[in-house]
Design a protein around this ligand. Structure first.
Ligand code: ADP
Length: 494
């Protein structure tokens, strides 16, 4: 719409006619003040402004218009009787949307200028619109980029804080981020850790995955570069999907070497345990058959049968100990190993345990030194189990020199009683001594000569710990061992 501002209604009328003839919509105002009111309310594509008006003249109206942001770019055509001072008119009209027509108005000249300025206005409007849309687009992209950057930083921070090796790759597979753990296994961020020659090639598996677009999960041994050892890892790679497209891949290598070791130990344990359980059972079966035969033939019945029964008893004891150990282990694992604690004298317990051991091991010389005449607070059955385990081990691992001593001593200013079982057997190499009380641990060098499951000392350590005691050993390879355990003496020792 075009606004005509003129104090003479007849001028407005004739201009309106000309413009309407060219299909322009027209509005009009008879004073400058009226024009300003309309300009504020409506939106005009062009203003035709009479310069000479009573009250506010055309220049004043133009000056006011330039002050409003809404109208500052609206083109103006001044109608003036004289040639107008262009310098003044141009003030505040940097957009160039300004012109003048002298009176009397030549309709052709006016129309030419109206059309030019109107087109200019339309173009400016279109340009402004495009500019606005572009700005909004730029803003949107900037924000999306900032959000993405923030998300990536968060992801990288998370990946940096986890104990696994982690990486992210673009959808085509090129690596974009690796965390610090990566460099324990690869010299730079572009090369994947080297897999064991017997294991699947990582890069090939990844290429297949990038092609298929499916997650990857595989176990692989990778080489730790500085130590030159392979450790088993679980490699997991997942796609990050946005709008149904894979935008990147996030992968981790989790070290499962220790789990694998436990699995191996468990398998080994199961095979030893079944063997250990089977051996005494086979012997029992054989003795029972022999016993049956001697009953049938009836010769030397009592002597023969008591011999076989005794041997059967030994094998049954072995079985009993094995099964008891296995039960204890499962109780320890589930936190259900219970103790019936009370105050008791240690000396009689030590003496009776030695007696039991002597009865079944006539060939061993077992001596006791010092005194255990103190009271302790604990489970006497379990403490006896520990001492019994130390003594049976001392016997088992002393195939040649059959002398064992039990030394009782009070230490730490009378606060602890220690029992040390000393043998002259195979001993334990120094570097293995720290592991003896671990579950399933057996000294490899001697494991073939002596049967066992590697559970006894672990159970002992658990029992002693639960009595606030201490344990350990002093031993040299081939010179025998001294296994000790100490318990707190009960304060009220009477
Ligand atoms: P096991 O005797 O059934 O193997 P233990 O837990 O009692 O299990 O002992 C763990 C390991 O400690 C044994 O396999 C053995 O190698 C070592 N060991 C224990 N006692 C002695 C000992 N008195 N002399 C030498 N080695 C011993």
């Amino acid at each position: 719409m075009i606004l005509i501002v003129d104090d003479k209604a007849e001028n407005i009328f004739s201009l309106k006619k000309i413009l309407e003839l060219h299909n322009f919509e027209v509005d009009s105002a008879l004073t400058g003040e009226d024009a300003l009111k309309k300009i504020l309310k409506n939106s005009y594509a062009l203003i035709i402004l009479d310069v000479q008006m009573p009250g506010m003249d055309g220049f004043e109206v133009a000056e006011a218009i330039t002050g409003y942001s809404k109208t500052k770019d609206t083109p103006i055509i001044f109608l003036s009787a004289v040639n107008t001072d262009k310098r003044f008119i141009a003030k505040g009209y940097a957009s160039g949307g300004i012109d003048y027509v002298t009176k009397p108005v030549d309709p052709d000249v006016l129309m030419l200028k109206v059309k030019t300025l109107h087109r200019l206005y339309e173009q400016t409007r279109a340009l402004n619109k495009t500019q606005l849309a572009l700005r909004a687009e730029i803003e949107y992209r900037k924000q999306a980029q900032a959000e993405l950057k923030e998300k990536m930083q968060e992801l990288h921070l998370t990946l940096e804080s986890i104990p696994q090796i982690a990486f992210t790759a673009q959808s085509n597979g090129s690596i974009e981020f690796v965390n610090q753990h990566w460099f324990d296994y690869s010299p730079n961020e572009k090369i994947f850790p080297e897999s064991h020659p017997d294991d699947p090639n990582i890069q090939q598996s990844l290429n297949r995955m990038y092609k298929d677009g499916t997650p990857l999960k595989m176990e692989v041994r990778i080489r730790r570069i500085y130590e030159d050892v392979y450790r088993c890892h679980l490699l997991r790679v997942l796609p990050v999907i946005e709008n149904d497209t894979i935008v990147k891949w996030v992968g981790t290598f989790t070290d499962i070497e220790e789990q694998k070791e436990v699995e191996r130990k468990k398998d080994e344990f199961l095979s030893i345990a079944s063997h250990e359980l089977k051996t005494p059972l086979t012997s029992i079966k054989a003795y029972m058959q022999l016993l049956e035969r001697s009953f049938e033939s009836n010769i030397n019945l009592s002597e023969e049968s008591s011999k076989y029964l005794q041997r059967t008893q030994i094998q049954l004891d072995k079985l009993h100990k094995l099964i008891a150990d296995l039960l204890d282990i499962s109780k320890i694992e589930s936190g259900k190993l219970k103790f019936n604690k009370k105050i008791f004298s240690l000396e009689p317990l030590v003496d009776s345990t030695i007696d039991i051991i002597r009865q079944t091991n006539h060939d061993f010389k077992i001596t006791k030194t010092g005194s255990a005449d103190v009271k302790v607070f604990g489970d006497d059955m379990r403490i006896e189990q520990v001492l019994m385990n130390y003594l049976t081990n001392a016997i088992k691992y002393s195939p040649e020199r059959k002398e064992i001593s039990i030394e009782c001593s009070v230490i730490d200013n009378g606060s602890m009683i220690c029992l040390t079982v000393k043998d002259h057997g195979v001993g334990v190499p120094r570097e293995k001594q720290g592991s003896l009380f671990n579950k399933f641990y057996r000294v490899e060098e001697t494991s073939h000569r002596f049967q066992g499951l590697g559970l006894g000392l672990y159970i002992c350590s658990e029992i002693i710990n639960r009595h606030d005691g201490k344990f350990g050993l002093k031993s040299s390879d081939g010179e025998g061992s001294s296994f000790y355990f100490c318990l707190p003496i009960h304060k009220n020792n009477n």
